[in-house]
Design a protein around this ligand. Sequence first.
Ligand code: GTP
Ligand code: MG
Length: 354
Amino acid sequence: PSTIVKKLFLAGKVVTLNQEIDYETAEEIALEYEVLCEHEVVVDVIEELLKEEEEDTEAMVKRPPVVCVMGHVDHGKTSLLDAIRDSNVIDREAGGITQHIGASVVEVNGEKITFLDTPGHEAFTAMRMRGANSTDIAILVVAADDGVMPQTIEAINHAKAAEIEIVVAINKVDKPSANVERVKQELTEYELIPEDWGGSTIFVPVSAHTKEGIPELLEMILLTAEVMELKANPERNARGLVIEAELDKGKGAVATVLVQKGTLHVGDSIAAGSSHGRVRAMMDDKGRRVKTAGPSMPVEILGLNDVPNAGEVFVGCENEKEARSFAETFISQGRVNMLADTKSKNMSLDDLFT
Ligand code: GTP
Ligand code: MG
């Protein structure tokens, strides 16, 4: 009662505890509290989920590393990934310029690695930042004939801000003009010092064209991941990030999401930013239909009622009502973009509401 009295007082209506108020005022207050109630339901759910996170150390199992490939435009990020997975994405790109984040999963010696390809063009800063924020390890691609360039430096800064490991891939070593030592020298200015120079950064000379150095690079990624002891609980409701999303005329909202915790199933109710729905179908990175997606897996999902923003968090919910409630709370909180100011690894669900 004191809260209501205070609220009315602040609104210019002086009332006492026993005084009757008119219907309109009462309605106004009631509506405000209804909103609060909904909000509290969501907060309860979040607390529940957080508790689950704290308690379930036993349910934590090894998960694949998520690796983003970053670097200056044309230094060969997509080519390197094409060489790794034996595909030719670069041929399908307009003007050979990557303009979105592509996710793919590669299996090396029976171990999975999830790669996010990011654009190097200067216009795509937000995507590089998102890439760094969603991953465990960054492969910094620097062309051996070109050296450190503006977006190389930008990528280093994103990776450092996101506190992720950096593995340097000096690419295009097949070129006659390649100068590996010069790249090493240039990178020392950014505190990336090779192990053979007394530092702690892994440098691997590679060529996407001849495939030289690629097995070593993959080995270094797995080694780095091993040391990081990456784990997640696959037994909980899924949670992760929207990598990209668009509206497809036939399919409706299509979102590529990266599952970070738990397992996402076809049929699950989910909220992603201010959109929600039930997962109608899921496709893995090779376009195959899948029924489930565990930690570190990128999947394309259908079934959201609206197109979420890239970088937003998605949460698996108990039912559609809860999912809608999450989405509505998100709207009422003003479309909080998680990645604008929060690091994914330090992110907790209550960040959604602060
Ligand atoms: P953005 O995504 O637009 O930033 O470019 P990117 O870093 O993905 O570069 P991309 O893979 O599109 O390659 C750019 C150009 O460099 C292409 O013409 C490739 O054929 C060439 N290239 C990539 N890797 C190598 C390499 O190892 N050796 C040589 N000689 N050329 C390479
Ligand atoms: Mg590219």
